[in-house]
Design a protein around this ligand. Sequence first.
Ligand code: PEP
Length: 236
Amino acid sequence: MRRLIVANYKMNGDKKLFAKIIKEVNKVKVRDTKIVLCPPFVYLDEFNLKNKNVELGCQDITNQENSKSTGQISPKMLLEFGVKYVIIGHSERRKIGETDEQINQKINICLNNKLKPIICVGEEKKSDKLDIVLEQINYALKNIDNNIIPIIAYEPVWAIGTGKLPAVNRINKMTRMIKAHLEKLGYTDSSILYGGSVGIDNYKMISDADIDGFLLGGVSLRIKEFIEIVKGIDNE
Ligand code: PEP
């Protein structure tokens, strides 16, 4: 199956850095990997992507159908800028109050507008029960047609930006649990990504896990390392 690598720039970067990133990513040659770049909204227009293996994504979308929504970004706006993927329910957004209901609304809005949601789930603490993740999936996919192929980014919150990593066994346990759960919900196919402190020194070990790709935060800003990871994964 084709690997998916998603770069989440969060609230980082500037025109100069993104120009450098775009130049390098436009040149990268991959056989069986798709790269999705998710800049902050205000930089979407800078992303003049000229590589058939690279797509544009973003980090959020409105949950409102109504245009009387100050500060929100509509699907129509994102489509106009060539966005194909939207990260939904990242733990950093859940932390500032995004609810399961809003996440479900955002997924609906994406799907109604042919945008692909990348649904982030993950337990808060290492000691948390992993069932929490399945509950997040239940809420996220409530009343969502099961003819879609959900993209789920499993991101243990305790591993994001901390340099701490789950053991490959734990990632495998979780991704298998997620796949089996999705099948039970009627989704016969799915794509499961791992995210949380992936870097140049550990990506090979993690890519041995039963995953379909990565959601990368910090390392996606370091273009040389990012490209090395992309190529390394593509060559596996
Ligand atoms: C993220 O924010 O989704 C993430 C995976 O960050 P990092 O790679 O920096 O842990």
